[in-house]
Design a protein around this ligand. Structure first.
Ligand code: GLC
Length: 750
């Protein structure tokens, strides 16, 4: 094994990074690595945090000495430019740096939170938003983003559901792939291309009780069928990096999970990017109770397949001595180094001319805000509408605009907006005032200081305003800080005294329209009937207010569909569409208030439901109304029977049966009616957005292969078993239009 001294002695002229023939990547990297000392290789596996100018001098020295591979949280272009110049032209090997940042749903211009973008079911829009975020972040020196977050979650108590793409693996995979393409651009060497990072590998969305960082207890079958597919989709889109999760899976922390990080990610999937730990997650192996000390943590993470250490210093402090002692092999170190260098090579980080950044569109420019507006419009979901929407400005004299989120440009941005610019925000109140001018009198009453306030002092003026108005717009929901990392809630009703505010305003008899900004689905059973219409805006980003106003006034039409199920109450969670049938599915249930006194033991039926909630959600996955009606008919399976080496087309006709144009998301669900393990009662297998004029019809077609029907059986083999299937096509996961088809024989490659 080469020691650093002998390597230095043998070394004649080091091959500088700039001399590498990128076309011959693999040989060149091996040759290059042979030139590196152990300390220089370890340096390529270290990421440090930039928390202000006081660290700059030390950073310059570490970069010059080749002891750092990446800096996180530096968003000052000139400082990044200086450090990159030192790395490329003053260090011995000239290897460029990665500058990482959480660019999750925008940079200066803020787009809807990822859960909101998922409600658009629009890969094109998601890709466009990521592209703009990349351009704006690159202008600040960032070249690596820690996104997309692809954790599948069925637990809205979990704060990070806000940054997820929802409960469904197929929807999350399609949108995450689009985000990767948006961030990385088609030419990854462009000055505005960011390395993307699929996170958090894996299973983090199943944190027990929805409590962040909590243990995850899922079977390997569920991991492979539910939590891993979206990560696989990002690999197929070329994602440059993967980040490990904080949590343990069945007692094995993801950051030390060799089966996940090497057997599955590398050997099964062939991933050739690099793996970065989450913040301090290598050091936290000691806290998990699986590592004796920081050196042991470094040993376990390196051997498990974590290539780069995010800010824990375990690698910087201990990896070289672990190599010298042979505790971690030199070949393992070479593989880790190669993974990081390969990504830096492919993204041409050393050849990017900062001057080219000057020509990019300015952060917060009209073009970027226009996309933020379009993304916000597409993300909003009309949950219920008893005819109160759209509002005709010529038919009302006075509108009451009430609530803590009617006019708050900060809260509407949501979580993970380190670099967002609230001065760009258009709030709902400002947008309504601008659009209605003096045509309609607007009374604005905040009523509650924050969404958590329990002080009802402000209710009086709100009730008075509602009494005088023709319609009361209630802007409720969650402040940004009530969701996101480490911000889980056990009770997911409207926080504070908002339910009381809703009752007080509704008791005036004035029609109420509820507009909710939130980071998660909320449990609305106690207030759902107090508003004639509910528009779900998530945290809609910079242009959220403009989108809300245009949707309320009908100059835009709602088209969003729920990416996550809405429970009736917190206690129903987890509740989701792709559930299994159980041996006792509930049909008609007897709810708690209907139980006769002294009812006999079995009177409620021995089936699977909650006495106080039943068995159905308040709003199902895929639900969303429009200002028109869509009808589905003529469903067909062509051919009705097919073999594993062929495919099948499932089609249906969708018609706009209303009098306004509109866009629906036609969704395809499939159920495997008989299999070697119990399969979900519905699984999303396709979707397409369809815009139709009144009276217009279109046939939507979904092509499926046997592989699309595959799952992991009880031996963890991925199979598509022959047999009968049922398919539904419609506007939500409760679509009723159905057809059956048969897979005659089924053997698929993994
Ligand atoms: C955080 C998050 C992760 C983020 C990282 C860097 O703790 O878990 O998603 O990318 O640290 O900020």
């Amino acid at each position: 094994m080469k020691s650093s001294e002998s390597a230095a002695a043998e070394r004649t002229v080091a091959t500088h990074w700039s001399e590498l023939d990128r076309a011959r990547e693999s040989q060149e990297l091996s040759r290059f690595i042979d030139e590196m000392t152990v300390e220089e290789q370890v340096g390529q596996l270290v990421q440090v945090n930039y928390d202000g100018p006081h660290v700059l001098e030390r950073l310059r020295e570490q970069v010059r000495a080749g002891r750092i591979s990446s800096v996180i949280n530096l968003v000052e272009a000139d400082v990044a430019e200086e450090l990159q110049r030192i790395a490329v032209s003053e260090s011995r090997l000239g290897i460029p740096l990665l500058f990482g940042r959480d660019v999750i749903h925008g940079f200066r211009t803020v787009f809807p939170i990822p859960l909101g973008q998922a409600a658009s079911w629009d890969p094109e829009g998601v890709r466009a938003a990521a592209r703009i975020a990349a351009v704006e972040a690159a202008a600040s020196g960032v070249n690596w983003t820690f996104a997309p977050m692809v954790d599948v979650s069925r637990d809205p108590r979990w704060g990070r559901v806000a940054e997820s793409l929802g409960e469904d693996p197929y929807l999350a995979g399609r949108l995450a792939a689009a985000m990767v393409e948006g961030f990385q651009a088609t030419d990854p060497t462009r000055v505005d291309s960011l390395l993307a990072c699929a996170k958090h590998f894996a299973g983090y969305g199943a944190s027990e009780a929805g409590r962040d960082y909590n243990s995850v207890n899922v079977s390997e079958r569920e991991l492979r069928d539910v939590h891993l597919p979206p990560f696989r989709a990002t690999l197929e889109a070329g994602v440059a990096s993967v980040m490990t999760a904080f949590s343990d899976i069945d007692g094995i922390p993801a950051t030390a999970h060799r089966k996940l990080l090497r057997a599955i990610l590398r050997e099964e999937w062939g991933f050739d990017g690099f793996v970065v730990s989450d913040w301090l997650s290598i050091a936290e192996l000691v806290t998990h109770g699986v590592a004796r000390d920081a050196a042991d943590a470094a040993r376990q993470a390196a051997r498990a397949g974590v290539d780069m250490d995010m800010v824990s210093s375990c690698y910087a402090d201990h990896l070289a001595s672990l190599i010298e002692r042979g505790t971690v092999s030199r070949s393992r170190l070479d593989a880790m180094t190669r993974n990081v260098l390969r990504a830096k090579l492919r993204f041409g980080l050393d050849r990017r001319d900062p001057a080219d950044l000057r020509g990019l569109a300015a952060p917060g420019c009209a073009e970027h805000l226009a996309q933020a507006y379009a993304s916000a419009i597409a993300s909003m979901v009309l949950l219920r509408n008893d005819g109160a929407l759209p509002i005709d400005p010529d038919a009302v004299r006075e509108i009451a605009v009430i609530g803590p989120l009617a006019d708050d440009g900060h809260e509407q941005l949501g979580t993970w907006v380190f670099d967002g610019d609230p001065s760009l925000s258009v709030t709902p109140l400002a947008a309504l005032r601008e659009r209605l001018g003096d045509r309609v009198r607007i009374q604005h009453v905040r009523a509650l200081r924050t969404t958590r306030s329990r002080d009802t002092e402000g209710f009086g003026p709100a009730v008075d305003a509602a009494r005088r108005a023709d319609v009361a717009l209630l802007f409720l929901g969650e402040e940004a800080i009530l969701s996101g990392e480490a911000h889980s809630r056990a009770d997911i009703r409207l926080p504070g005294a908002q339910e009381a505010l809703m009752h007080a305003v509704a008791d005036t008899g004035t029609p109420v329209v509820a507009v909710v900004q939130s980071g998660r689905p909320l449990a609305l059973s106690d207030v759902i009937d107090r508003a004639a219409a509910w528009l779900w805006a998530w945290h809609p980003g910079s242009m959220g207010g403009a989108a809300i106003a245009d949707l309320l006034l009908g100059t835009a039409s709602p088209a969003g569909k729920l990416p996550a199920t809405f429970p009736r109450m917190s206690g129903q969670v987890p509740i989701y569409h792709a559930r299994r049938n159980t041996g006792r599915p509930a049909r008609d249930v007897v709810l708690i208030d209907d139980l006769p006194e002294r009812a006999p033991q079995h009177s409620a039926g021995n089936v699977s439901f909650h006495l106080d909630a039943g068995t159905t959600p308040l709003f199902p996955f895929g639900h969303g109304l429009a200002y028109t009606i869509f009808r589905y008919d003529r469903i067909e399976a062509t051919p009705p029977e097919f073999d594993a080496d062929a495919d099948i087309v499932l089609s249906a006709r969708v018609t706009n049966a209303g009098d306004r144009p509109g866009t629906d998301v036609a969704q395809l669900y499939v159920r495997d009616l008989l299999a070697s393990v119990a399969r979900p009662v519905r699984e999303l297998k396709g979707f397409v957005r369809v815009h139709l004029e009144p009276g217009e019809s279109r046939t939507v077609r979904f092509r499926l292969t046997a592989a699309d029907l595959a799952f992991h059986d009880s031996t963890l083999e991925r199979v598509a078993e022959p047999g009968e299937f049922e398919a539904w096509i419609g506007g939500s996961s409760e679509a009723e239009l159905a057809v059956r088809f048969t897979l005659r024989d089924g053997k698929v490659e993994s």
